[in-house]
Design a protein around this ligand. Sequence first.
Ligand code: E4P
Length: 217
Amino acid sequence: MQLFLDTTDTAVLKDLAQTGLVDGVTTNPTLIAKSGRPMLEVIAEICALVEGPVSAEVVAPDLESMIAEGRKLAAIADNVVVKAPLTREGLMLTRALAIEGIMVNVTLCFSAAQALMAAKAGAAFISPFIGRLDDHGADGMELIHDIRTIYDNYDFSTAILAASVRNAAHVRAAALAGADCATIPPSVFLELYKHPLTDRGLEQFNADWAKTGQSIL
Ligand code: E4P
């Protein structure tokens, strides 16, 4: 399973990328606004920090401008993935860019039927928003299961990118459901390897080792 960071904080990204476990990055207009920086500059900086896919979202209201934005974003670096909303125009954008060989991540997916349409349009990634569905009283993980089944039934190669992930339990469930990737906030990245029993166990091992007076090196 690939792990992407959902962030525009380049300092945090630089730090976590050192682990070698960050496979890509996703951004959205809210995260760009939070960074307080020009979008094109932030995306270029992120692309230089990670080799994997970096999603950058179009914001124009009409198809023609969306296509122009998508081409401009894709020209920033080879690893840019254009992010398109799951609307009629977004699907048409996906199809147009896919024909040009530009990868598209279709975002704001809340139903299996939407995911089917995105795959048919040629999306490289589909982003079902688990957390927001849960907040809405639905079952976000059920959607991941449904999309997995549909994509497998028809051999769609669109990667399922679990998004709006709120905690480590979401990552576990998405992995069990067969999501190809998950995009997570930096706080959840840390949660994935931290465990109080690991810390307690290590403390005990270190204390016992100190008693031996030995050194391996
Ligand atoms: C994914 O691409 C989105 O940027 C992100 O996962 C949205 O998460 P949120 O629902 O926590 O805003």
